[in-house]
Design a protein around this ligand. Structure first.
Ligand code: GLP
Length: 236
């Protein structure tokens, strides 16, 4: 594991974007595993900048996102599909048909999960997976549990996650209670994993996840077993 500590969110975002940009330059038709939340916004801004100045070309890039809220379709401003369009896809020359987010409105979420895993396999797997981390150690929406779940699956969100994510909604009551998330199999099979976290509040969970016991009670701790993991932390 490479653990990189920087001072500012700006530095973190540039480093993360540089690592992803290198991947795109190295393999023009790479598969990016992408994340939502506030942490990757600066990274997406930087990638947009690199694309506008001609340093990176997204025309052959494909992407798969980690998760989506159950019940929200892509036109809903709180959906992760909407977030991705707004923060990245609508700003760069990616072909939207090559961008995938699990569907939160599929009738059969279990079947949607199976199809999503098959899709990832048919794309040849993920070249680099970008991740944030929740305060309870969740990655994607893999919440603390008694076991790790391999496949893309339906989850009930932890009350603490609902509380933390309420800042993006009008009220806590508006936060969906369920989500569909990529499981640990697709994340661990990604050829590279890049986890970013910023701010004092994330310090304790990073310590637990990357320097503590590997346990499903801290889902991100499984990443300690990944052969090519980079963690970037910034103090603010
Ligand atoms: C959400 C997402 C995660 C994300 C986490 C942390 O619950 N499903 O993928 O990593 O929040 O978000 P933030 O980056 O805003 O702290």
């Amino acid at each position: 594991m490479k653990f990189i500590k920087v001072k500012t969110y700006e530095e973190l975002s540039k480093k993360a974007a540089d690592i992803i940009a290198a991947e795109i330059i190295h393999k023009e038709d790479c598969v990016l595993g992408l994340a939502t939340g506030s942490s990757p916004i600066g990274t997406y801004d930087k990638l947009t900048e690199y694309n506008k100045e001609g340093t990176i070309d997204f025309s052959k890039v494909k992407s798969v996102n980690l998760d989506e809220y159950v019940g929200l379709d892509g036109t809903n401003e709180q959906s992760y599909r909407y977030f991705m369009n707004k923060n990245l896809f609508d700003r760069v020359n990616i072909d939207k048909a090559n961008t995938f987010v699990p569907s939160g409105t599929a009738k059969d979420i279990e079947k949607e999960g199976e199809e999503y895993d098959n899709l990832i396999k048919s794309l040849g797997g993920i070249d680099i997976q970008l991740l944030g981390i929740g305060l309870d150690g969740h990655i994607g929406f893999n919440e603390p549990d008694e076991f790790f779940t391999a496949a893309t699956h339906l989850v009930s969100l932890d009350p603490s996650t609902i509380k933390a994510n309420a800042r993006f909604f009008e009220s806590e009551a508006d936060v969906p209670t369920k989500a569909i998330t990529m499981g640990m199999m697709s994340i661990m099979q990604a050829r590279k994993v890049l986890l970013i976290a910023n701010g004092e509040a994330k310090k304790e969970i990073l310590e637990k996840a990357f320097f503590g016991e590997i346990t499903p009670k801290v889902p991100a701790s499984i990443l300690q077993l990944h052969p090519d993991l980079t963690v970037i932390f910034s103090e603010n």
